[in-house]
Design a protein around this ligand. Structure first.
Ligand code: SF4
Length: 243
């Protein structure tokens, strides 16, 4: 199978059979909550970012208060995250910029925009990159059609040869989303992200991928190369380490 898009869709088909698509959404947060949650989650384990998010909700009555609080108080609340000293001022900067643009902490206007326009608008906020924008659109109650790419998803795509080995996570969002069938709705795109991410977590590990029990082995150039040459691993690119 030489066409990368065809390989990606075959991987989707097999992994959906393994994980049982359609998959349930794991969040039902409104878009602003999801924005905060996603900003906290960068390079952080899910359980830790969830704890930091809960701390913010318990210590502050609303996001306006988080925005205007002394930064040390926000930093203390999000201490379970990685780099709270950087994330606290960054979160407040994003909330202030949103307030300046919209006159309030409000993302309701996104619902009337198409996915590309909504993604561009979100990415124009300081601190918001392609993954956070896609997470807000896809994971929040908007349930939009957008493809987030985390480090597991990205690593599997690189090993499958559907994106170049040195393509960073940021630019891979649009490249991989463009490979998905236009007729797919939000659920299929969400499933696609979830099954590639879960495959990276359960089988295609950062270190020592379990190629011998992988359902993608016969279509995966990395798996084939590793089987043919035990020293392949030493020549693989440096994939971003997962949190
Ligand atoms: S064959 Fe190996 S490298 Fe390829 S997707 Fe499966 S686990 Fe990852």
């Amino acid at each position: 199978m030489t066409d990368p898009a065809a390989r990606l869709l075959e991987a989707h088909r097999r992994l959906c059979a393994e994980f049982g698509c359609p998959l349930s959404y794991f969040h039902a947060l409104d878009p602003l909550d999801e924005l905060v949650s996603s900003l906290l989650s960068h390079r952080t384990r899910n359980a830790d970012s969830a704890r930091a998010f809960r701390n913010l909700r318990e210590r502050f009555p609303d996001w306006e208060t988080v925005r205007d609080a002394p930064v040390a108080e926000v930093e203390e609340a999000i201490a379970p995250c990685t780099w709270p000293e950087a994330k606290a001022p960054a979160l407040q900067r994003t909330l202030r910029a949103l307030t300046e643009r919209r006159g309030a902490l409000d993302l309701s206007h996104l619902a009337a925009m198409d996915a590309d326009a909504a993604r561009d608008w979100l990415q124009s906020l300081p601190g918001v990159g392609p993954k956070t924008a896609a997470a807000v659109l896809s994971f929040s109650t908007m349930r939009g059609r957008a493809l987030p790419v985390d480090s597991h998803h990205h690593r599997v795509a690189q090993r499958l040869g559907v994106i170049p080995p040195r393509m960073a996570v940021g630019p891979s969002h649009r490249v991989m989303e463009a490979m998905l069938p236009a007729e797919w709705g939000a659920q299929e795109v969400y499933d696609h992200h979830q099954v590639l991410m879960r495959h990276g977590q359960k089988t295609c590990h950062f270190r020592a991928p379990a190629c011998g029990r992988c359902v993608l082995l016969d279509i995966c150039p990395t798996g084939q190369a590793r089987r043919a040459d035990p020293f392949t691993e030493a020549r693989e690119p440096d994939y971003p380490a997962p949190p």
